[in-house]
Design a protein around this ligand. Structure first.
Ligand SMILES: Nc1ncnc2c1ncn2[C@@H]1O[C@H](COP(=O)(O)OP(=O)(O)OP(=O)(O)O)[C@@H](O)[C@H]1O
Length: 277
């Protein structure tokens, strides 16, 4: 199947920086494929994710190519990017509050993309909002739809952000550390939810994280980033079983040490990345 997202030679440059912040990144994602972009803080994961949606902050220059379903994102005018966002690509971030309007009831926020992009109105719009809320397993949709973001838990807010991202049935979902701010139990629930919706909808997923255990929960393929470059890419099980790059080995050793420490502390094997599944 042809790729829904093809990134080639992507470079992100800042005026004052000595070297590119993202330096020749290339990867492709097929429909239904789940790619984990993993690396330490500052390795360029977020800038890569933002560049995919044409959402880089002002002041940064971008070079190379990002093809979303055949449309070139790099250099595209804002109107074209607006058409792509939602239907071709949608994003979920670490802090769902950043995606939510604090003064708008969450039902209206989920309704907004359905109204704007899919033209739904009245009863069809209400049914659409309820269907999305059910899909992301938000309980009591009637009551919750009338709530404001601050009245929800962190996990519920991330479910709302995911519902909004799903509203236009994007071909590619980009999730940037979507569970980092959540406690471990809620984190596991959200990861499970993400995996389910992506599978059910046949969407491609690009999942950004610094956490190998988290990426092992959602991705089947990983690209390891360091200092703006992809240093290793492959099937998750292969990379975990036989890392080729020294940096990947360092990442794995760190995860295994943490796993061992947690095991010794009686907390169980929280880091499953070493299991090679
Ligand atoms: N607007 C900007 N202007 C200049 N430099 C930036 C800008 N945004 C990010 N950077 C720098 O680019 C590099 C890559 O940042 P990026 O946010 O992509 O890293 P990351 O791998 O996602 O890390 P983290 O997990 O901490 O978010 C960092 O060194 C960061 O300081």
């Amino acid at each position: 199947m042809s790729d829904v997202l093809t990134v080639s030679g992507l470079r992100v440059l800042a005026g004052g920086a000595a070297r590119p912040l993202v330096d020749g990144v290339s990867f492709a994602v097929a429909p239904g494929e789940r790619l984990g972009l993993i690396g330490e803080s500052g390795s360029g994961k977020t800038l890569t994710a933002l560049a995919v949606a044409g959402l880089l902050p002002p002041g940064l220059r971008v070079e190379g190519s990002v093809l979303l379903g055949g449309t070139q994102v790099v250099g595209a005018p804002e109107a074209a990017l607006n058409r792509l966002r939602g239907s071709a690509v949608a994003l979920v971030f670490q802090e769902p509050l950043s995606a939510l309007d604090p003064l708008m009831r969450v039902g209206r926020q989920i309704a907004e993309p359905l109204r704007r992009h899919r033209g739904l109105r009245g009863a069809a719009l209400r049914a659409g909002v309820h269907a999305l809320m059910r899909e992301v397993a938000l309980p009591e949709p009637d009551r919750l739809a009338r709530s404001f973001p601050h009245q929800l838990s962190g996990g519920q807010r991330q479910r709302v952000a995911l519902a909004m991202a799903l509203a236009c049935d994007p071909a590619v979902l980009v999730a940037d550390e979507p569970t980092t701010a959540l406690d471990v139990t809620v984190q596991a629930e959200i990861l499970q939810l993400l995996r389910r919706v992506v599978q059910e909808r046949g969407m491609a997923l690009v999942f950004v994280t610094h956490d190998l255990a988290v990426v092992a929960e959602v991705a089947e393929r990983v690209a390891v980033m360091r200092a703006g470059r992809i240093v290793e890419e492959g099937a998750l099980a292969d990379v975990v079983a036989a890392p080729r790059h020294p940096y990947t080995r360092t990442l794995l050793d760190g995860a295994r040490r943490l796993d061992a420490a947690l095991g010794a502390a009686g907390a169980g094997a929280a880091v499953r990345a070493g299991a090679g599944r």
